[in-house]
Design a protein around this ligand. Structure first.
Ligand SMILES: [Fe+2]
Length: 470
């Protein structure tokens, strides 16, 4: 009698352990953070906040920001706005170790949006810079001039270490300010910021009050004037408001934020690519036509095969709307684009895809869902070592607040999710390894809450595992 009961118990135990192990294989790592933050809506910082102050002096350049100005990282686009008169579009610049000043002439433009007229928006591209060199530059020549600096990236190459920051959906609230401050103070020292869309949230104001584009430009200047921000367009950049006659999508965004799209053979500023250090970064547009035969599709069709992983091992894609998210808000909004492009992500072994839009953080397993053909029923994500990790980082801290409602149970494709504000750091070490970390804003402090040692998809085949999490 005793023997029989023990056998049954043993059997049950073995069965239970086997079941747990088999589940662990399928759902390995899927975790919803227990950290719960105050989810009160964060207000925009008041107009008289110090971060919005107009720099002193007649016609002083304001909203100074830079981005990459060519395909290789030897050029920089410098942009700024003057309010009183057009003034000069000239940029004077010199390398740190040289007294010789060079100059470049930019362009100036303005736009109107309903009852708003912009200041004079200057864009100047400086080219053929030395690699890995600190440059000082000066704008506002002839009136009040201001000086800033940036450091060019090392020459493109497979083992060049480089550190990117990741921010999305930033806005201009007190939480936005915390996120930017934490990024600036991060000891990992991001050298270039990858911005995954939704910039100012000016469209939250009556008639999309474009003066909130100006306050946002002044807010980010303290970082964006000194390191390039690589831009992705989000839905809050569309500014489509036919009721007041504003029918040109993205009008404020394209006037204010220039990108080097022509250098990658693109015909639109909404999709383009750059090489930087050991990374090849492809920016896609969730809010431009992307179906087969569209300009974006045709460009991407030629673009992916161009990536030479022996030159730039790290293939990174930026977009605004995520393909994989398990939050309730915006659930499946990226699905039609996923159906279009996920097969290429797997074929060309994209390392990581960063998106925003969902105001929270989430990291996926390496999974794909590309076998479905309408009739075969194969429509569940599966483990796929050729697939990217998808990271949603739309948690910059804008006035819409966090999304906290998650689909339950946590799907197996979701490795880690947490509804907090924060920023990311992608620290590329060499051709095989990069460290990604996500830093939550917690009680005013930045806390590393999730991280992963990424193994390059082209140069390594081993699976990675999360190395931290709290
Ligand atoms: Fe969005």
């Amino acid at each position: 009698m005793f023997v029989v009961r023990w056998d049954c118990f043993s059997f049950a135990l073995v069965f239970a352990v086997s079941f747990i192990l088999s589940r662990a294989e399928v759902c390995n790592g899927g975790r919803t953070s227990s950290f719960v933050r105050n989810d009160q809506l964060s207000n925009d910082m008041p107009l008289d906040s110090d971060v919005f102050q107009v720099p002193p002096g007649y016609n002083a350049p304001q909203q100074v920001h830079i981005t990459q100005g060519d395909h290789l990282g030897k050029g920089v686009i410098i942009s700024w706005i003057t309010q009183d008169e057009p003034g000069s579009s000239l940029v004077l610049y010199r390398a740190e170790n040289s007294e010789l000043k060079s100059s470049a002439e930019g362009i100036v433009l303005t736009y109107k949006y309903f009852n708003y007229t912009s200041g004079y928006i200057h864009h100047c591209t400086i080219r053929d810079l030395e690699s890995d060199t600190k440059y000082y530059y000066e704008v506002g020549i002839g009136n009040t001039s201001r000086q800033f600096w940036f450091i060019t990236p090392p020459e493109v190459g497979p083992d060049v270490a480089y550190t990117f920051g990741l921010v999305g959906d930033l806005g201009q609230t007190h939480d936005s300010n915390r996120t930017l401050t934490h990024y600036e103070l991060n000891p990992a020292k991001g050298q270039t910021l990858l911005f995954v869309g939704d910039l100012s949230y000016a469209d939250a104001y009556p008639f999309h009050d474009n003066s909130r584009w100006d306050t946002w430009g002044r807010f980010i200047e303290r970082n964006a004037a000194y390191q390039p921000w690589i831009w992705t367009a989000g839905n809050h950049e569309i500014d489509f408001l036919p009721d007041i006659g504003e029918v040109i999508p993205f009008k404020p965004y394209v006037h204010r934020y220039h990108v080097p799209y022509k250098a990658s053979g693109s015909t639109s500023p909404f999709w383009y690519s750059i090489k930087r250090a050991s990374a090849y970064i492809i920016v896609m547009s969730s809010y431009s036509a992307y179906g087969k035969y569209t300009p974006q599709y045709k460009w991407l069709e030629k673009e992916f095969p161009k990536v030479n992983r022996t030159e730039t091992p790290w293939l990174i894609v930026l977009m605004h709307c995520p393909f994989y998210s398990s939050y309730v808000h915006h659930y499946m909004e990226g699905e039609s684009m996923r159906v279009m492009y996920e097969p290429w992500f797997v074929e060309y072994m994209v390392d990581v895809v960063f998106a925003g839009h969902v105001h929270a953080y989430e990291r996926s397993e390496r999974i794909s869902n590309i076998a479905y053909n309408v009739v075969n029923g194969l429509c569940t994500p599966i483990r796929d070592p050729s697939a990217p990790v998808y990271i949603t980082i739309g948690d910059g801290g804008n006035l819409e607040g966090l999304v906290t409602e998650m689909t339950e149970p946590q799907p197996s494709y979701s490795a880690y999710r947490e509804a907090s504000f924060g920023h990311g750091i992608l620290d590329i070490k060499n051709r095989t390894h990069a460290h990604f970390s996500w830093h939550r804003n917690q009680d005013g402090y930045a806390v590393e809450a999730d991280s992963l040692l990424l193994h390059n998809r082209y140069w390594t085949v081993s699976e990675e595992s999360a190395v931290a999490g709290m």
